[in-house]
Design a binder for this molecule. Structure first.
Ligand code: GAR
Length: 196
């Protein structure tokens, strides 16, 4: 069975969508949920589902990104995952960490990449007057939010939308998109999927 580790920083709603789909579809097994914040809400949710969890607080490491990543990688490697899913993981990773898992690390980003890499994606889509927002799952490479696209879901921007209303609707699509991409990725299918 394909083993999947999930990295989070927050509430973990994408993590829950991935775990639910893996368990329903029986195509992969969640073997670890790890966070860079011991208070990340998703950790308790994962533990309640019987998934091993780990927290490596990045703050004591200060600027020592390599030190933080070595501690994180020790937990990851002990779980022996085949695939690593970043699901709202809000730390920038060094090229060394990325190289270690290259080709088997996915990320979900709340924009229609290549538009709006980085932060504040919904505010930027609204400010630009875009007709659509959305989300992207991509392979993680050394270029931030720029690895090969594995799937996208589009969400129309409605009159009166705010950053919060748009984020809520995009998040619902994230929960459809990420499991759909993971299922295909596990089967070796890296052709992008587009959900409307
Ligand atoms: C999601 O919207 C995800 O796309 C975003 O953080 C949120 C996490 O929510 N990720 C990024 O912005 C990555 N740069 P969740 O913890 O409920 O899954």
């Amino acid at each position: 069975m394909t083993r999947v580790a999930i990295l989070i920083s927050g509430g973990g709603s994408n993590m829950l969508a991935l775990v639910g789909d893996m368990r329903q579809g029986g195509y992969a097994e969640p073997v670890l949920v790890a966070a860079n914040d011991p208070l990340a809400g998703g950790l308790a949710k994962a533990a309640a589902l019987g998934i091993p969890t780990a927290a490596v607080d990045h703050r004591p490491f200060g600027r020592d990104r390599e030190g933080f990543e070595a501690a994180l990688a020790a937990h990851i490697d002990a779980a022996k995952p085949d695939i690593l899913c970043l699901a709202g993981f809000m730390r920038i990773l060094t090229p060394g960490f990325i190289a270690r898992y290259q080709g088997r690390m996915l990320n979900i980003h709340p924009s229609l990449l290549p538009k709006y890499p980085g932060l504040h994606t919904h505010a930027r889509a609204l400010a630009a007057g875009d007709s659509h927002a959305g989300c992207t799952v991509h392979e993680v490479t050394a270029d931030l939010d720029a690895g090969p696209i594995l799937g996208q879901a589009r969400v129309p921007i409605l009159p009166g939308d705010t950053e919060a209303t748009l984020a809520t609707r995009v998040l619902e699509e994230e929960h459809r998109l990420y499991p759909a991409v993971l299922r295909r990725f596990v089967q070796g299918d890296r052709t992008p999927v587009y959900l409307d």
